[in-house]
Write a protein that binds this ligand. Structure first.
Ligand SMILES: [Zn+2]
Length: 56
């Protein structure tokens, strides 16, 4: 059962995307790509969220 915080709603196409299903890419700007990743919608490719992964 996924926790609510593990799902992001895409504002562009309305998809509800589980973190495990999202595309991941390096973050924008000066963020460390080893600590942060950008989640992208697998349906439309729009950015969903930037998440901290450095502590995993
Ligand atoms: Zn989308």
């Amino acid at each position: 059962m996924p926790a609510p915080e593990d799902t992001h709603d895409c504002e562009t196409c309305g998809a509800s995307v589980a973190v495990a299903d999202a595309r991941r890419s390096e973050p924008f700007g000066d963020l460390d790509p080893d600590a942060w990743q950008t989640l992208n919608c697998p349906d439309c490719g729009d950015r969903l969220a930037t998440v901290f992964v450095g502590d995993e």
